[in-house]
Design a protein around this ligand. Structure first.
Ligand SMILES: [Fe+2]
Length: 258
């Protein structure tokens, strides 16, 4: 779980990554797209099942920022080993920022909506469920479609990195990643750097939330069942303090209503 202050800080960090690393024209279009759906992006979880990673309000941007940070560091490691320069820092950050964009759903429909089955809320601790009004599309395909349909054109490197970011965890990536001749191997290491960054971020999120519990160091926390999206309405002291600091009026509104 994140505090309102952390959620707000994450959104500011996300804005910084876009404005600092992406060239002006694409940064303007990206920021316009993300701010058009600001409330949704700020509150989105990274997944819809509590067993998966960052399944809580603000979990999506928290995850994306971690992937960007990890990608920048993993890029340095690869370069220190003599990786040939086949991609730009802008391509690295753009791919990291947008790698999971398909989790957003469509501009009309959220992919992760409030769980309406009380039994699943009570017994399985599920606060979200997948919105089955959405037709099937893989996360990378949906993300790339969202970018193109908003006039934000990714480079070939970025398309490959976003498409293949799950590595061999996604069977459909095999033709790109299992190769037996040099000619058919990927021509850029960007896809491996992004995959490793995503793997690292997801593993760290698992460790933070689950490992201490599994190792018996922490009691499994009961998530509040009566509130929407886990934010505790009774935690008004902390919430009011955070609300005062919120620069973003949209987020302040959302927090007030939780
Ligand atoms: Fe991810």
């Amino acid at each position: 779980m994140l505090t309102p202050e952390q959620i707000q800080k994450n959104w500011q960090q996300f804005e910084f990554y876009i404005k600092h690393h992406i060239s002006q024209e694409r940064a303007d279009k990206l920021w316009a797209f993300y701010t058009k759906h600001e409330e949704r992006f700020i509150m989105m979880p990274a997944s819809h099942k509590p067993q998966y990673h960052n399944c809580f309000p603000g979990g999506y941007i928290d995850h994306v920022n971690r992937v960007v940070e990890a990608a920048l560091k993993i890029d340095e490691v690869w370069r220190s080993f003599g990786m040939i320069d086949t991609y730009t820092t802008e391509e690295l950050v753009f791919s990291a920022i947008n790698h999971d964009l398909g989790k957003f759903g469509t501009e009309e429909q959220e992919a992760y909506i409030e769980q309406t089955d009380q039994w699943r809320r009570d017994k399985l601790n599920e606060t979200y469920m997948f919105n089955d009004r959405l037709e099937y599309m893989s996360v990378p395909d949906r993300g790339l479609h969202l970018l193109y349909s908003n006039g934000i054109i990714p480079t070939k490197n970025e398309v490959l990195a976003i498409k293949l970011h799950d590595g061999l965890y996604d069977e459909s990536n095999k033709p790109y990643l299992v190769n037996f001749t040099p000619e058919t191997k990927p021509r850029t290491s960007l896809i491996y750097v992004l995959h490793q960054a995503d793997l690292l971020a997801t593993r760290i999120e698992f460790e933070k939330e689950w490992l201490p519990k599994l190792l018996g160091e922490k009691k499994v926390e009961e998530k509040p069942k009566s509130t929407n999206f886990n934010l505790n309405k009774n935690n008004s002291g902390v919430k009011q303090k955070a609300l005062k600091k919120l620069a973003n009026p949209a987020l302040a509104d959302i927090m007030k209503n939780l």
